[in-house]
Design a protein around this ligand. Structure first.
Ligand code: GLN
Length: 477
């Protein structure tokens, strides 16, 4: 299937607007593909009923001669940590299993207003804690190419849905790599925008200072279209900003290759593929130079102090009282809190809650949390220095290709090390995208990560698009 099932989104929308293809036909096709891909465990729930109803509404609008939105009749897949009326919102955790959303996330509302139709809620690591989808209460999602390997995560279901062509795009969240890493592992484009570009209202919070919303697509033009619809200020999320995703038309960019992430610690085949992608950038007329950024290696330990601290705070609301899982055997208030949390959270959730509360506790706060935030500022400054010279920075998205299911599960530190290249831009709030760069000899996909200064999301998409267009031209398509 491989993403060829749909063609470009703009063309799909044009076909719906002209009445050549009905929204209903698109939705039925996507639902049928979802059924056929069952063994990958992409979905927590399909949203069949609401999807068909929304399709009907769009088809009727067209018949009445009403104007259709810019994503009219386009099916998409939604990570199951977005609140939506189509199905429960579980965040792939027992804690929220069966939770019926009282409202819709702003991102979902915007897509719905533009005519896009959600066909299902996709699997993730519970509460988005992880990089393999193995931490899901509903089982692991399989890599699109090799079902013995992980999909990556935490937005594993969304990435595989797009890679297999179930839908032309999917939404994910990215706190430290959860869109970029699974995009890299499944050969699709993954966009993490500048912090604040997309409202997070109605999305289950992980770490509020780095949580972002973005998308998966098979090409940069589609991703841009989706980001344009999603972006913009929202009075319900005070961190939101206006960001412009339209092409900048800037021809020759100055690109910095991050030397610190092109070392022997990285899989040699991954390096070779990314180097080839960088050569493409150079052949397209961009100026490429190496840049040393020695502070970026501290981003991983900083992230695994700051993020658990925020996770511990955000997850404090799951107390078994107001909503979420409540332990059946609990007799006292203390038991309601303790047993409900014990039963509702996955081991990785508990690990982060414990680390987070530890680094925030009096006596340890200065040595861990405060120090981490200070180093974070140094990392922000390191990027500022680099962007005074370069337009875009590039490095691999991940140090390896998709690993085997179970390979890292008993070694959390090894699992965390997979995030070494994706967490630095997250801490600095920078836009970063993963583009399919090529494959290893055994056919596993490799992603190249393009990183921009705050608000330069469009430049990254421009660059990705220029390489895609060149490839099409070379193939004479
Ligand atoms: N893998 C990273 C983590 O486990 C990123 C998670 C995310 O972006 N939601 O924290």
């Amino acid at each position: 299937m491989m993403g060829k099932t749909w063609g470009k989104i703009a063309e799909m929308v044009a076909a719906v607007q002209k009445g050549e293809v009905s929204a209903r036909a698109n939705v039925e096709k996507a639902l049928d593909l979802a059924e056929r891909c069952k063994n990958y465990n992409i979905f927590v729930n399909l949203t069949r009923k609401r999807a068909l109803q929304k399709a009907e509404e769009i088809d009727q609008k067209l018949q009445k001669g009403e104007k259709l939105g810019e994503l009219a009749g386009v099916p998409y897949v939604l990570k199951d940590n977005f609140l939506d009326f189509g199905a429960d919102t579980t965040a792939s955790a027992k804690m929220l299993a069966g939770f019926v959303a009282p409202l819709q996330a702003t991102a979902v509302k915007k897509l719905e207003a533009a005519g896009a139709i959600c066909i299902g809620k996709s699997n993730l690591d519970a509460f988005a804690h992880g990089g393999s989808t193995e931490n899901s209460f509903f089982g692991v999602t399989k890599n699109f190419k090799d079902t013995e390997r992980v999909a990556g995560g935490s937005s594993g279901g969304s990435a595989v849905a797009v890679a297999l062509g179930v839908a032309p795009f999917a939404l994910g969240t990215d706190t430290g790599g959860s869109i970029r890493q699974p995009a890299a592992f499944n050969g699709v484009i993954g966009v993490k925008p500048t912090f604040g570009s997309v409202s997070r209202f109605g999305v289950v919070a992980m770490a509020s200072s780095t949580d972002t919303i973005g998308c998966f697509a098979t090409n940069a033009a589609d991703a841009r279209l989706v980001m344009k619809v999603l972006g913009g200020k929202d009075s319900l999320d005070s961190t939101t900003i206006d960001n412009d995703f339209t092409p900048r038309g800037k021809q020759k960019l100055h690109i910095g290759v991050i030397a610190d992430f092109m070392t022997d610690d990285v899989d040699q085949e991954v390096l070779a593929v990314v180097r080839k992608y960088i050569q493409e950038l150079e052949k397209n007329g961009n100026r490429v130079e190496t840049v040393e950024m020695p502070l970026l290696k501290y981003a991983l330990p900083v992230y695994y102090v700051v993020v658990p601290a925020e996770v511990a705070s955000n997850l404090a609301r799951y107390d078994g009282i107001r909503y979420g899982h409540r332990a059946k055997t609990a007799r006292t208030l203390g038991e309601i809190y303790g047993l409900s949390r014990d039963e509702g959270f996955m081991p990785e959730n508990k690990r982060r809650i414990m680390i987070g509360n530890f680094v925030l506790s009096s006596g340890f706060f200065d040595a861990y949390y405060l120090k981490a935030e200070k180093v974070r500022t140094l990392i922000v400054e390191e990027y500022q220095k680099a962007f005074a010279k370069f337009d875009v920075l590039v490095c691999p998205t991940t140090p390896s290709t998709a690993f085997k299911i179970g390979e890292n599960t008993d070694n959390p530190v090894k699992m965390y090390l997979e995030d070494v290249m994706t967490v630095p831009p997250s801490l600095a709030g920078l836009p970063a995208i993963s583009v399919p760069a090529g494959r290893t000899k055994s056919g596993l996909d490799v992603g190249a990560q393009l990183i921009g200064a705050r608000g330069d999301d469009a430049l990254l998409l421009d660059l990705a698009e220029s390489v895609e267009n060149k490839k099409l031209k070379d193939k004479n398509i």
